[in-house]
Design a protein around this ligand. Structure first.
Ligand code: PBG
Length: 326
């Protein structure tokens, strides 16, 4: 494309009024794109705040229902549900227990708010005494034996009524294992949103306080991706799609906009960006100090994820954003 050049070309011409700017905006941020993460733990009327994440709580199922109803009323179409079990062990029993915390909460939500989309995070770390996302033996995180537990967990979520399951463990072959188990149990129509390009990120710090899922030894670098890699992200996503992922996710979001861009361009699948706990905490902390404008920075960050190619935005600020967009 060759432009005529100044003074014929004057890009400022199209910036002269709010209406004109709106008319030519290439990207829209809409409440229909938002997903709110929520953390369930057993109890009644429990709202336990988390130090590193202002505005985020561990909630008992009744409180999850209240929070979800509020979000839904604001137009947020979906929540992403995590569970914190009462007991952890070495086989993550709480993850796939028929009456586990996520299963109970899903049943309640689907009964009371049937039109709210309930996405469940499928992982083992919150349920394992060692905090890793798979079975540990001799200090190693075992891949193949972990698949069975992950698949059982996903099927138990679907059985409880989950609309979408979202595996976040990063074991190889988990999408195939989940799809097979879901189909085997008759849940052909339950979509999988795969945390396909999930990086081993320091931005997850605050989440691990909320979800009580910090690994007790080592780190997650043998299963989550190295922040240095972009081609590898494409291979990870390609494999997940081949194995049956219906939607894919890039995580974290703001520091990985290039990955979002490539994934969307390469595959064209519905693509989610997860604005993770550390991203949220940074905005909250700077705003609390009066250093940045919380609303403007949050909206600008999410718009940037949309511009990069994200269709779905998973954000702890979903309710605030819904209010701001009204
Ligand atoms: C569980 C999981 C994590 C997050 C989502 N699912 C933590 C981790 O991998 O350590 C992070 C979300 C956030 O930081 O907001 N595997």
């Amino acid at each position: 494309m060759t432009l005529p050049g100044f003074p014929v070309s004057r890009p400022r011409r199209l910036r002269n009024s709010p209406a004109l700017r709106c008319l030519i905006a290439e990207t829209q941020l809409n409440v229909s794109q938002l997903v709110l993460p929520l953390f369930a733990r057993s109890g009644k009327k429990l709202r336990r705040p988390v130090a590193a994440m202002p505005g985020v709580f561990q909630l008992s199922p009744d409180e999850i229902l209240r929070e979800a109803a509020k979000a839904h009323a604001l137009g947020v179409p979906a929540i992403l549900l995590f569970g914190i079990p009462d007991k952890k062990d070495e086989k993550a029993s709480g993850a796939y227990a028929k009456n586990g915390i996520v299963q109970q909460t899903v049943r309640l939500l689907k009964k009371e708010l049937p039109s709210l989309l309930v996405i469940t995070d499928v992982c083992l770390c919150e349920y394992m005494s060692h905090g890793h996302c798979g079975i540990v033996h001799g200090g190693k995180i075992l891949n193949d034996p972990s698949l069975k537990l992950l698949a059982r967990t996903a099927a138990s979520h679907a059985e409880a009524g989950a609309d979408v399951v979202a595996p976040s463990d990063m074991m190889d072959g988990r999408i195939r294992a989940l799809r097979a188990e879901l189909d085997n149990e008759g849940f052909f129509d339950t979509p999988i949103m795969s945390y396909a390009a999930k990086f081993a990120s320091a931005f997850y710090g605050p989440f691990r306080d909320v979800a009580e899922s910090a690994p007790s030894f080592g780190d997650r670098r043998s299963y989550q991706m190295d922040a240095a890699n972009s081609n590898e992200a494409i291979r990870e996503v390609a494999l997940d799609i081949q194995e049956g992922a219906d939607m894919v996710m890039v995580k974290p979001a703001l520091a990985y906009l290039d990955i979002i861009r490539r994934v969307k361009q390469e595959f064209g699948l519905p693509t989610a960006a997860y604005a993770v706990s550390g991203e949220h905490a940074m905005i909250k902390a700077a705003a609390a100090n009066g250093w940045i404008d919380e609303r403007a920075v949050t909206l600008e960050s999410l718009l940037a994820m949309r511009r990069a190619g994200a269709d779905i935005l998973i954000t702890y600020a979903a309710m605030d954003v819904a209010k701001w967009l009204k």
